[in-house]
Design a protein around this ligand. Structure first.
Ligand SMILES: *Cc1c(COP(=O)(O)O)cnc(C)c1O
Length: 389
């Protein structure tokens, strides 16, 4: 195995024009998100012109198109190493034949969202917050997508969000103070549509907090235009949760796009998914979280991969996530450490998992261990009445 090069992984670089070097694309076109979307890499022949595919990938591309489309923006495609079938970027977006193998523990709706929708497209699982699915399209498609049953538009099920009914439900639900826009990718909507949705949400008095879950800053940083930032900042407090899994995804273009969002006063968090062969080691996670802080992004959640159908080849054992958290906590900046969670299969919501730092505990004292394995005793306060007798 190659040794890990921390300095190389945390350094920012641009991969452009990469595979498009001989195509004579103007820098204006390249940095236009419309050009990036129009020129997404989708077809086997197109992929094979650039990278050397394994048998597993070639079969995967041919067999998976009726479940979840494959499409990758040129920006993100450029991060793929042409001759490395184990490339961590590649494993996220190039289908493998293993995707067609399903076992009976896997689910098409692993987080039980469809059964928690009071209005189509609005998931209301927790008391004070909701998830609103505003589109079924993304700039590129992650092969482990938790919502692949409705995302990309090629599967049997379709997303049928009733936006007007969702707004009415929210108006009549004063306990909801937090709305999370997701999809698909909300930042793929036009500036005008986003503005209309955000204005409508902001017109509801009890909604304090709005956030957008988006991988656009990673897949299509060109979409983070100054105009978009000017719109978003009218709706504060507005947070954005991005989705980066590997330090290489944080290119100079991505850093600049995130910088524009941060400059617009938008607090940024990252939700990454723990994936086998992508980011399942302490050293890669350490480089990722450090690089996120350099981009003013707080690592928010590290997800155990959902039991989505055909994802076994990307799933890690639960103890790997705990080892990663243990390898970060104490060893690096507290701000850099995400919460490891499992979204409970069937619809129990997110459940936090933590390494156990309690060695033993009784009514009088708790024996703790620190990040170095040293033990410390914390005595409980004694009842005053006991001290007096
Ligand atoms: C993840 C999620 C939320 C938001 O949860 P937070 O812990 O507040 O980030 C809300 N609703 C649903 C259905 C979710 O899956």
């Amino acid at each position: 195995m190659a040794t890990f090069d921390y300095d190389a992984e945390v350094a920012f670089s641009s991969a452009a024009p990469g595979y498009w070097a001989s195509d004579d694309i103007s820098p204006e076109d390249w940095s236009d998100f419309r050009w990036q979307l129009k020129n997404r890499v989708q077809k086997l022949e197109q992929i094979e012109q650039c990278i050397q595919l394994s048998q597993e990938e070639r079969a995967g591309i041919m067999l998976t198109g009726t479940k979840l489309a494959s499409a990758v923006t040129p920006h993100f495609f450029n991060l793929i190493e042409a001759n490395n079938p184990g490339c961590p970027i590649r494993r996220q977006i190039i289908p493998q034949v293993a995707e067609t193998f399903e076992d009976d523990t896997e689910l098409s709706d692993p987080c039980g969202e469809d059964s928690h929708m009071p209005v189509p497209g609005l998931v209301h699982r927790y008391p004070d917050r909701v998830l609103l699915l505003v589109t079924d399209r993304c700039a590129s498609y992650c092969r482990y997508c938790t919502r692949s049953r409705v995302v990309s538009g090629v599967g049997e099920q379709h997303l049928e969000t009733k936006l007007e009914a969702a707004f009415e439900y929210l108006e009549n639900s004063p306990q909801v103070r937090d709305v999370l826009l997701s999809g698909g990718d909300p930042l793929l909507l036009s500036d005008n549509r986003l503005k209309r949705i955000l204005s409508r949400l902001r017109s509801i008095r009890h909604i304090q907090f709005v956030r957008i879950g988006s991988r656009i800053p990673i897949f299509l940083p060109q979409r983070i235009t100054p105009e978009l930032c000017d719109i978003l900042k009218q709706f504060h407090p507005l947070f954005i949760s991005i989705h980066a899994n590997h330090p290489r995804e944080l290119t100079t273009e991505v850093r600049d796009g995130l910088g524009r969002l941060a400059d617009a006063g938008i607090p940024l968090g990252n939700q990454s998914v723990l994936l086998k062969g992508v980011n399942d080691s302490v050293e890669i996670q350490r480089a990722l979280v450090h690089k996120l802080l350099l981009c003013r992004v707080k690592p928010y959640y590290l997800y155990q991969c959902d039991l989505i159908k055909g994802s076994a080849h990307l799933r890690t054992p639960i103890h790997r996530g705990l080892e990663i958290i243990e390898g970060l906590r104490g060893h690096t900046t507290g701000y850099a450490i995400p919460q490891f969670v499992i979204d409970a299969p069937g619809g129990g919501g997110k459940i936090p998992l933590n390494p156990d730092y309690v060695v033993s505990s009784d009514e009088e004292r708790t024996l703790l261990r620190n990040y170095e394995g040293k033990e410390f005793l914390y005595p409980e306060a004694q009842e005053l009445s006991q001290l007096l007798t």
